[in-house]
Ligand binder design. Structure first.
Ligand code: HEC
Ligand code: HEC
Length: 482
């Protein structure tokens, strides 16, 4: 339904082998070298580039940022421990700290040969089977129905005395692609196998979705873009006939007790930064928080020993493992991690500007919206009124079979993903050397990531495949200069 326009577009593209837009380099737009607006930092573009606070923080705010950073790095231990402020890990978990997955506040990476990786996990769910389950999905109260035994995420680690749920094995098949100028790229397609299941079989209908940890920069600014501006770009029935639809995810906002637009996660499954953070504390580390007070995290009723294990809830911390004060500091930290300035000379160079022109002309900007303005009011003043350059519309798009996980989440179907921001893209390998691109980290280079685009983005991908080498290099130079 959403792809009707593509068969019409493709023949036109194949016929017009003339590269689109090769003629006109774009102009440098003042401000585009400061992606996070006034919050942009001007420290070196080195491996700490994603860890820097907003340039605008006051001394008092700097203090809160540093305290939040401490909790983001904190290594949690199992309860009971002598340090009551840091116990409560698990019993099941994927990692002991936020930072171990969001390496250098950047992205995580895949297991590498026999070496495991904490920063990658499988989300799990089953199709709705009862009326109550159907209703919970239809009302938006739940985004998924958990596997009856393993819950919504496969926890590959556990505290002593408990069994981890299982391990993930990834096998690869090569998919060679030859570009119009003869350049050959070998894409690798992942296949997942779950081994060592400790709590019996998975549900026969289980759906799995592989995810790697995304970078953490500029998230407070993304949260502050007015919803109306984002919804104005929705085009679910592709009425403008450009082959690109785009629609917002809608998910349950626990604090508001209502359905809200989803913004965070690879399928925009979380409506707010606070809820995203707290669900990470709960699901990834196994800690109770104000919004998710279950101390056993993602343990299910079928995992009885896990549910009755000692927890780290302490009376002096609101009977939680992560009390409000701590989740508030982590919220402030994640809201004010800024993002590096681009090198203005590089950004204004002829090749990069030519790539910038191509980015728009071949249709990348239709989803990767270059610029937004954050709200002036109704948001934390620290992120208000900024012109920012994230290169995302925060909407869901059908990306084709090659990227499909076939696991719906909220309104997102099994082929849809949220357009990820591209700011800081060029620093990916500097910050987290083994990191890959896309939701499951399968792409080893930016070009591989682009060649995986399908569905609504198939036309843009075909145009990249058709580019002469010089234009392709210019496009990649632009992306690597972000
Ligand atoms: C086990 C690895 C892991 C740990 C630990 C972890 N994360 Fe994540 N994080 C992820 C993955 C994977 C995603 C993508 C989730 C999705 O698509 O649903 C993510 C997404 C996020 C996002 C959304 C970013 C975006 O661009 O939408 C935020 C914010 C975040 N995590 C914060 C945290 C915080 C805060 C902690 C610690 C409390 C934490 N994470 C711990 C792996 C991890
Ligand atoms: C129809 C919308 C759409 C269009 C058009 C589009 N993209 Fe994307 N892009 C996405 C989505 C959605 C993803 C995430 C897919 C996934 O993770 O499986 C993505 C991912 C990416 C990534 C990887 C980002 C990351 O954080 O790992 C890069 C790089 C990228 N796109 C560049 C481009 C370029 C260059 C073009 C133009 C040739 C383009 N995109 C066109 C929607 C689009």
């Amino acid at each position: 339904m959403k792809r009707v326009a593509l068969p019409l577009l493709l023949p036109v593209l194949l016929l017009s082998s003339v590269p689109v837009g090769a003629a006109e380099p774009a102009a440098f737009t003042p401000g585009e070298d400061r992606p996070a607006g006034d919050l942009t930092h001007h420290q070196p573009r080195d491996k700490k580039a994603f860890t820097r606070p907003a340039a605008t923080l006051t001394a008092d705010q700097m203090m809160r940022f540093k305290l939040g950073d401490g909790f983001f790095r904190r290594i949690w231990v199992s309860a009971p421990a002598s340090t009551q402020a840091a116990d409560g890990l698990g019993p099941l978990f994927n990692s002991r700290s936020c930072q171990r997955c969001h390496v250098g506040d950047g992205r995580g990476h895949l297991p590498d040969g026999s070496m495991g990786s904490e920063a990658f996990f499988l989300r799990l769910s089953v199709p709705p089977r009862t009326e109550a389950e159907q209703k919970a999905l239809a009302d938006g109260r739940q985004a998924v129905i958990p596997d009856p035994v393993y819950g919504t995420q496969l926890q590959t680690s556990s505290i002593q005395g408990h069994a981890a749920e299982g391990q993930v094995r990834i096998d690869w098949t090569d998919r060679p692609v030859t570009l119009a100028d003869g350049h050959r790229v070998v894409l690798r397609q992942p296949h997942y196998q779950i081994t060592g299941l400790a709590y019996g079989p998975l549900d026969p209908d289980v759906m799995i979705s592989p995810r790697v940890a995304p970078p953490m920069i500029g998230l407070g600014l993304l949260e502050a873009i007015p919803e109306a501006d984002l919804l104005a770009k929705e085009d679910p029935d592709d009425r403008d006939g450009d082959g690109i639809s785009g629609r917002a995810n809608r998910v349950w906002d626990v604090a508001a007790g209502a359905v809200r637009m989803g913004r965070f996660g690879w399928k925009a499954g979380q409506p707010t930064l606070d809820q995203q953070n707290q669900s990470a504390f709960n699901g990834d580390i196994g800690l109770s928080t104000p919004l998710f007070p279950k101390a056993a995290g993602d343990c299910t009723a079928a995992q009885a020993t896990c549910l009755t294990a000692p927890d780290g809830n302490s009376p002096q911390y609101q009977n939680l493992e992560v009390p409000q004060a701590v989740s508030d500091l982590v919220l402030f930290y994640t809201r004010t991690l800024s993002g590096p300035a681009r090198d203005a000379r590089v950004a204004a160079s002829a090749q990069v500007l030519r790539g910038k022109g191509l980015f728009t002309d071949i249709g990348c900007a239709a989803c990767h919206t270059p610029q937004h303005r954050t709200a002036d009011q109704g948001v934390d003043p620290v992120v208000a009124g900024q012109t920012v350059w994230p290169y995302t519309d925060l909407l869901l798009h059908d990306m084709g079979d090659g990227l499909a996980d076939n696991r719906p989440e909220g309104l997102a179907d099994g082929r849809e993903w949220r357009t990820p921001p591209l700011w800081g893209l060029g620093l990916t390998a500097v910050v987290s050397p083994r990191a890959g691109y896309l939701h499951d980290g399968r792409a080893r280079t930016v070009l591989e990531a682009v060649l995986w685009h399908g569905g609504e983005a198939a036309a843009a991908r075909d145009r990249v495949q058709a580019l002469p080498a010089g234009d392709r290099d210019a496009l990649l130079a632009f992306l690597n200069a972000l």
